[in-house]
Design a protein around this ligand. Structure first.
Ligand code: SF4
Ligand code: SF4
Length: 480
């Protein structure tokens, strides 16, 4: 937290952004928080034309520049000071307290030098790989896009995959590798995951590239011993849970039709008790939205990190009308969930967790890592651009440079930078949203170069997400 001169209060998060570490089943890159040098190169500063404020109470408001700045809570006096920067102001014309506050606003990118054109967010520094360790699953979720079989990744393929990933990381200059053990249900192949991750740890040591790993699971078969293994391997865990019993049991049933809620809930609590870094990934659908406040309340009460992700239609689930997202219902339902959060504000930031693939905590040019720094490796060693196009591989781990083939491929899941999407390129939210999932946009429009079909929802709710962050910052500030 930053608190400045008594009159010019400026409250912002410095490094309490665990949301940046949260995992979902998409390829969210490690994010960059913009940094600005402590002293501007010129002595004149000015507001950004996109600057916005949201009133919180008589004393405080949230201020931000969409796509550009950090989010800060400022006092009334600071807001008045900020107004003076509608035109460029010479810092030498300010008193010491005003000048100090102005410099702090500059560091948060709430004030800029008049000449500055901000560069777009830098490229990611992490190579992400989805390892499809098994094609088998013990659930039959309503929106699953995998054509399940009993096939699993064998040992030779697994080792070759890890070698290919580290070879690629070194060749392309990535300092970190993130492995997502997935499927199917990855916990059904926990022996293989153990072997692969230990092998990866050796490759990481030998190559000097750092490594993080997460197991993506439906949570139904994570008994104590399995969780202890995951913990001892140093893996993070992402468990999917879509709602209270009625929702979860309908959306994510066993093959026999019976529900998964009780088992998943128990696994989550066991993982939490063991101290495994845990994220609950919630898929929000037309059916689950009504019960979202109840689920969110439960997660917050147990201090469990979560991400709220929107349902994406696939070939196998296109006929399930109940899953479809209606914008008005989604906006109302998400706001109801946000009201629950307002009543149980967490210590940690939820930026990046509350609105599908948007992230107002970290500017990004692309919605996800697809086509840039992401390899989706299936159980046979074929490599695809995205897990939702895993049946349409582009290359394989036996090619010398699979990442270049992925980048050059012009097939499905073209994840364009936001500046190349009509509708997005002039949008103030562009680097906090990036235009949504490429696969979902193509399904809705048969184009990649346009904004997301969820654009209305994003534009309506981004200010709510930012206001919640402001309330959280203020709450923390008042408690300290
Ligand atoms: S999808 Fe909509 S909100 Fe997102 S960047 Fe594009 S125009 Fe802006
Ligand atoms: S293209 Fe869509 S489904 Fe694929 S990783 Fe990106 S956000 Fe997820």
């Amino acid at each position: 937290m930053i608190i400045h001169h008594h009159m010019y209060e400026i409250i912002s998060a410095r490094d309490d952004h665990p949301s940046l570490l949260s995992d979902c089943d998409c390829a969210c890159s490690a994010s960059h928080i913009p940094t600005t040098t402590a002293v501007p190169p010129a002595l004149r500063l000015q507001q950004h034309p996109w600057q916005q404020t949201i009133e919180m109470d008589a004393q405080y408001r949230v201020v931000f520049v969409p796509s550009v700045s950090r989010i800060a809570v400022i006092s009334y006096a600071t807001a008045e000071l900020l107004k003076r920067f509608a035109e460029p102001v010479d810092l030498d014309s300010l008193g010491p307290a005003e000048r100090a506050a102005a410099l702090q606003l500059y560091q948060l990118r709430l004030l800029l030098t008049p000449e500055s054109t901000l560069p777009p967010p830098p490229p990611p520094t992490e190579l992400i790989a989805w390892l499809h360790v098994t094609n088998a699953c013990n659930l039959r979720c309503t929106y699953c896009y995998i054509h399940q079989t009993d096939d699993a990744m064998d040992s030779v393929t697994a080792r070759s995959a890890i070698d290919a990933i580290f070879r690629t990381a070194q060749r392309h200059g990535y300092q970190q590798v993130a492995l997502k053990y997935a499927g199917g249900e990855a916990s059904l192949s926990l022996e293989r995951v153990t072997e692969i991750h230990q092998y990866a740890q050796n490759d990481a040591r030998a190559s000097g590239v750092s490594l993080r790993g997460v197991l993506l699971s439906n949570g139904v078969a994570l008994r104590q011993k399995a969780l202890e293994r995951i913990h001892s391997l140093g893996l993070g865990l992402m468990i999917s849970l879509d709602g209270p019993a009625a929702v979860q049991d309908w959306q994510r049933p066993h093959p026999g039709g019976y529900g998964s809620f009780a088992a998943v809930r128990a696994s989550i609590l066991r993982a939490r008790a063991l101290g495994i870094p845990l994220t609950v990934s919630v898929t929000v659908t037309g059916t689950s939205i009504a019960a979202l406040p109840e689920l969110v309340s439960w997660l917050l009460q147990h201090t469990i990190h979560f991400t709220l992700n929107f349902y994406r239609e696939c070939d196998t689930c296109a006929g399930v009308a109940e899953l479809r997202l209606d914008a008005a219902r989604m906006i109302a339902g998400m706001r109801a969930a946000y009201r629950t959060i307002e009543a149980h504000l967490p210590r940690y930031s939820l930026l990046g967790c509350l609105l599908d693939r948007t992230n107002p905590g970290a500017p990004h040019r692309r919605t996800c890592a697809v086509g840039e720094n992401y390899l989706v490796i299936n159980h046979n060693g074929s490599v695809a651009r995205c897990q939702m196009t895993i049946d349409q591989p582009v290359t394989s781990i036996w090619e010398p440079d699979p990442l270049t083939s992925i980048r050059q491929d012009t097939g499905p899941a073209q994840n364009l930078p936001v500046e190349e999407k009509y509708g997005c390129r002039d949008c103030v939210w562009q680097y906090w949203c990036s235009g949504g999932c490429a696969v979902a946009t193509f399904r809705a429009t048969e184009r990649y170069d346009v904004q997301s079909p969820n654009c209305t929802i994003y534009q309506a709710l981004l200010p709510d997400v930012i206001r919640l962050e402001g309330l959280r910052l203020l709450h923390r500030h008042r408690k300290t």
